[in-house]
Write a protein that binds this ligand. Structure first.
Ligand code: ADP
Ligand code: MG
Length: 467
């Protein structure tokens, strides 16, 4: 077997277990550049891809290499190297042999069955109110959403049994609705008769009010309680809506008792939703709570590249990098900027250049004021304020004298830098993400009725931004 044949076999296998967007992002233009005895060198087109292969996919790649070489390969190193032109077929040409019913050899009988299944799926999809675009396939995974993505996948694979409810929260345009609906699509794809219902909390509310007005309470209950999966978007909008909250409480209980899955999204964690009944908060916290934060530069680049591919629009890497560096706030704006660019050039029939892109996007330079804050800087400022050392903060000691400043660091990394909880935990001596989450919630809650704490935080912030 040549190195090329071996790598094509590995890619063929990986393609089946990864979603398309991820597979394309991370494995395009990779190849085996050396194979000696039990050691293989895998080359990637850039340092970012190399780091991801090393960190995220090494286990999968090794396992697959071993499967195709009778366990001969024991170690992989990764390096950055451009793929030589003759290095083999393009990724699109790889035959996906194990894909069921993808070849032309299917019998008429199975075709008919498939047609029926497809039809049923279409019906289910229409009933579910899902947007066909929002699938796992089109969702790019980066550091800031990987935990939420993994939880969503886990729920899709064991509906009602693993994390129930799953609660996803994060700022606008970061992919909450996309991820929520992806779960629905996966479940319908696995079982075409699955009853999936997607609603915004506003739709739930207006359906409920309508049902009460017209005396159709039973129909309302039938609709919402007879599903396998209920997806409710933007649950924070139930804030202050007492009777709808009461109804939602009963809907939730009915589904939960029957092991039916509930997934919710919100712009903040359950505890921080104002005017939400305590019993709902506690139920929302029964299962798993995960957050999504703003994508970093490399993830923004990966998202843009994939969107360009989906739209069949070729864009120079420098331009892609430029857009990703000026549009920092969220994915929706990133998409907006790209769409604007594409529309402009299609209309004018001119090629995109770095210069005309700069002009076109000149209004979009929405870098937040705190973009230059780093975890190191936050840590150093808080340490200085409390006269403690870095080692005190990353160490194990849980004395209040140390635990409290530590929580403030975690709080500020979240509130000022929008860092993800897993990454905050990492910075603070490799602590668990739940510790970071707890610290953030504790300090946020305490801020309301502790003027001394508010003052501390204000003073620290002044130092943060003035140095
Ligand atoms: P939210 O509900 O958090 O406000 P959406 O789910 O509506 O955000 O996402 C906004 C847009 O950005 C959508 O078009 C969505 O497809 C896209 N998007 C967000 N995150 C990602 C991602 N990780 N990969 C691909 N597209 C994304
Ligand atoms: Mg949304």
């Amino acid at each position: 077997m040549t190195t090329n044949e071996l790598w094509q076999a590995v890619l063929g296998e990986l393609e089946l277990s990864l979603n398309k967007a991820n597979f394309t992002t991370w494995f395009k233009n990779t190849f085996i550049s050396a194979w000696e005895g039990d050691h293989v060198v895998v080359s990637a087109p850039n340092a970012f891809t190399k780091a991801w292969l090393e960190k995220k996919f090494n286990g999968m790649i090794l396992k697959s290499l071993q499967a195709f070489t009778q366990n001969r390969i024991r170690a992989i190193t990764y390096k950055v190297e451009a793929k030589p032109q003759h290095a083999g077929v393009l990724m699109q040409d790889i035959p996906v042999t194990a894909m069921p019913a993808a070849n032309g050899g299917t019998s008429t009988q199975t075709m008919t069955k498939e047609a029926v299944a497809t039809f049923a799926k279409k019906e289910t999809l229409a009933d579910s109110r899902l947007n066909p675009k929002y699938t796992f396939d089109t969702f790019i995974v980066g550091k800031q959403n990987e935990f939420a993505h993994a939880a969503a996948k886990a729920v899709a694979q064991s509906v009602g049994r693993k994390y129930n409810p799953l609660f996803i929260y994060g700022g606008v345009g970061l992919g909450k609705t996309h991820l929520l609906q992806a779960i629905g699509h996966d479940i319908i794809a696995a079982k075409e008769t699955a009853k999936v219902l997607y609603v915004t909390s506003e739709k739930f509310m207006s359906d409920f009010i309508q049902a009460v007005k017209t005396g159709h309470g039973k129909e309302f209950k039938d609709q919402y309680r007879n599903v396998d999966l209920l997806l409710v978007d933007d649950i924070q909008l139930l804030s202050g809506r007492e009777s709808t909250q009461e109804e939602f409480f009963h809907t939730f209980n009915a589904l939960h008792e029957n092991n039916k899955q509930v997934v919710l999204t919100s712009d903040r964690p359950p505890k921080l939703i104002p005017a939400l009944e305590h019993r709902l908060i506690s139920r929302f916290e029964w299962g798993m709570t995960v957050d999504i934060s703003s994508p970093d530069l490399e993830t923004r680049i990966a998202i843009l590249k994939t969107k360009c591919e989906e739209l069949h629009f070729a864009l120079d890497p420098d331009i892609v990098r430029y857009i990703a560096s000026v549009v920092q706030s969220n994915v929706r704006e990133l998409e907006g900027a790209l769409n604007k660019l594409i529309a402009y050039h299609q209309l004018k029939n001119t090629p995109a250049t770095l210069e005309n892109t700069k002009v076109l996007l000149s209004g979009m330079n929405s870098a937040p004021q705190n973009k230059s804050l780093t975890a190191k800087h936050v840590m150093a400022t808080v340490c200085q304020y409390f006269d403690l050392s870095n080692d005190d903060m990353v160490g194990k000691c849980r004395e209040k004298r140390l635990a409290f400043p530590r929580q403030i660091i975690m709080y500020l990394m979240r509130s000022e830098m929008s860092a993800s909880f897993p990454s905050i935990g990492n910075e603070i001596g490799g602590r668990d993400h739940t510790t970071a989450m707890h610290a953030y919630e504790k300090i946020s809650n305490e801020l309301d009725n502790n003027p001394k704490l508010r003052q501390d935080i204000d003073l620290i912030k002044q130092r943060l931004y003035n140095t």
